[in-house]
Design a protein around this ligand. Structure first.
Ligand code: FAD
Length: 501
């Protein structure tokens, strides 16, 4: 590909969000765009998380693009390798490769108010763009807590999203820190290999059995032959989750029977009453993401596993020390401690019209109009922005809704003609956010009695969408120009000559 000096649209990231945006741009007839990706291949989440046992926890037929149905999913909940291969396949099928600029980390984006464009510095050189679509992912920058003494630990240390495949865990003493979605997949996968596994659990998770199974050859043949059966399957999976939303958002008390089932799930696998008590959460189910695994509790009940019901607080040589004072000697520490979610690193790198970074603009909490636009950051749109996360369904549904919004945003710019930009009005963002926060007040995420990564440092929920995916789709179908200020290039400024692809 010839190097662009200027493009109409720069997409950052090549996970479901960035690739979905690229497909949508092509479908809208826009070919003057690049996808900037810091890694050397596409896939985002599904490239980086290749720890043992990594799989989706929303069924594959729903956790995939509606415009790229896959009759070949091998399991109800397919593994990382298959999801990554699917995203590579999407890249080829929709001819996205010429648009990819890999090994290109975006270091800084600055709004040029004179020319109404973004100046972008990347590790592979500068470029400019009329519109930026930031799809850098809500769970893409690993978070390792600051633990005194960790730097001088003599063994191996790694995060679940940066698995050290050069290190053989067989026969080792391993500490796993964290009990979130990744840790509960790692623990049963490595427990049979290691000599001793010490799990540091600050807060137990509610874990329900995962109804995983292989999708038979006959089913796959049916899906291949009659594509509508893939759509029907997807529709059913979607409807079930859509019907569950009310319990999370309006009537958390209705989750009681689910909690009862989850307690039975613990009791069935864990006979030791002390361990059972440690593993039973004291908050309402659903407050933190409900995790799915049929092998987690049985693994914890094995004799080579210790569950420390306390966070890791210190490392002394090769001894890991919990906040409750308990100690263990280990050879390796695996952090399943999540990601920078409410403090996304990309926000430090975006400089808006007033010379402020997005991080400064969000210092009192992230907010964005319809999860996408931020005042003072014209023609900049984020995919999976503030309050777009789901507690129980596929994020791909949200991404596709945001792509509708993006497509209309670009159409509106076309209609405005000439060089124009759209900047969200502060009042519109405030109004949107007040409505979202009002609805969140009743939800299980805010009232369930837990702290979770859904809440920011001040306890405000800046991550979850408090409604159904249908409501989100409706809210993002069109851009309402009344919610934006139209900016125009001052007459005397000439745009520099552009170099086409
Ligand atoms: C282990 C795991 C399992 C999950 N399972 C599910 C599931 O079952 N169902 C579900 O709905 N969701 C799940 N999620 C959430 C998942 O993150 C989203 O579903 C989705 O994959 C996000 O896609 P994305 O494109 O927004 O971000 P990502 O997939 O994270 O992609 C972001 C991309 O941006 C790139 N990037 C970041 N910063 C820069 C920069 N400065 N310059 C250039 N490139 C940059 C990254 O390298 C990455 O490739 C899971 C997440 C994890 C971590």
């Amino acid at each position: 590909m010839a190097e662009h000096k200027h493009v109409r649209v720069a997409v950052i990231g090549s996970g479901f969000g960035g690739l979905g945006a690229a497909v949508r741009l092509r479908r809208e007839g826009i070919t003057d765009f690049v996808v900037l990706e810091r890694a050397d291949s596409v896939g985002g989440t599904w490239r980086d998380n290749d720890y043992p046992g990594c799989a989706c926890d929303v069924p594959s037929h729903l956790y995939s693009f509606s415009f790229a149905p896959n009759p070949e999913w091998p399991r109800a909940f397919s593994g990382q390798g298959h999801i990554r291969a699917y995203l590579e396949h999407v890249t080829d099928t929709f001819r996205l490769r010429p648009h990819l600029r890999l090994d290109s980390e975006v270091k800084r984006m600055t709004w040029d108010a004179q020319r109404l464009r973004w100046q972008i510095e990347t590790s592979s050189g500068p470029l400019s763009a009329d519109v930026v679509v930031s799809a850098t992912g809500p769970l893409s920058d690993p978070r390792i807590p600051e633990i005194p003494g960790l730097d001088s630990f003599p063994g191996r240390v790694f995060h679940s999203a940066r698995w050290d495949h050069g290190y053989d865990l067989r026969g080792r003493r391993v500490a796993v820190v964290g009990t979130g979605a990744s840790a509960i997949q790692i623990v049963p996968s490595v427990q049979p290999l290691v000599s001793r596994l010490t799990l540091f659990q600050r807060t137990p998770a509610w874990v329900m059995p995962r109804a995983d199974r292989a999708i038979s050859g006959a089913e796959r043949r049916l899906h291949r032959r009659f594509p509508f059966t893939v759509q029907a399957r997807r529709g059913l999976l979607w409807s079930i989750r859509e019907l569950q939303v009310q319990a999370f958002t309006r009537h958390p008390g209705e989750l009681g029977p689910v909690e009862w089932l989850a307690r039975r799930n613990i009791a069935r696998a864990v006979k030791d009453p002390v361990l059972r008590a440690k593993l039973t959460p004291d908050y309402r189910i659903g407050c933190k993401r409900i995790l799915l695994s049929s092998s987690y509790y049985p693994a914890l009940a094995r004799p080579n596993v210790d569950v420390v019901a306390s966070g890791l607080s210190e490392v002394r040589g090769s001894t890991v020390v919990a906040a409750d004072g308990s100690e263990a000697e280990v050879d390796a520490i695996v952090f399943g401690t999540g990601f920078h979610v409410t403090d996304m690193p990309i926000a430090e790198r975006v400089v808006g019209a007033a010379g402020q970074t997005l991080a400064e603009s969000w210092k009192d909490g992230m907010q964005a109009l319809r999860g996408a636009s931020v005042p003072g950051f014209p023609n900049w749109m984020t995919i999976i922005g503030p309050n777009t996360g789901l507690g129980n369904s596929s994020m791909v549904l949200i991404i596709e809704s945001q792509l509708n919004y993006l497509a209309d945003f670009l159409r509106q710019l076309d209609v405005l003609g000439g060089r124009a930009a759209l900047d969200a009005r502060p009042g519109a963002v405030r109004g949107w956010n007040e409505r979202v926060q009002e609805r969140l007040k009743r939800t299980v995420w805010n009232t369930g009695g837990c702290t979770s990564w859904y809440l920011d440092a001040s306890g405000r929920n800046t991550t979850v969408w408090p409604g159904t995916t249908t409501e989100f789709r409706r809210a993002t179908r069109r851009v309402d120009l009344a919610e934006y200020q139209v900016l125009r290039v001052p007459a005397r400024v000439n745009a520099p000559a552009e170099v086409a692809a």
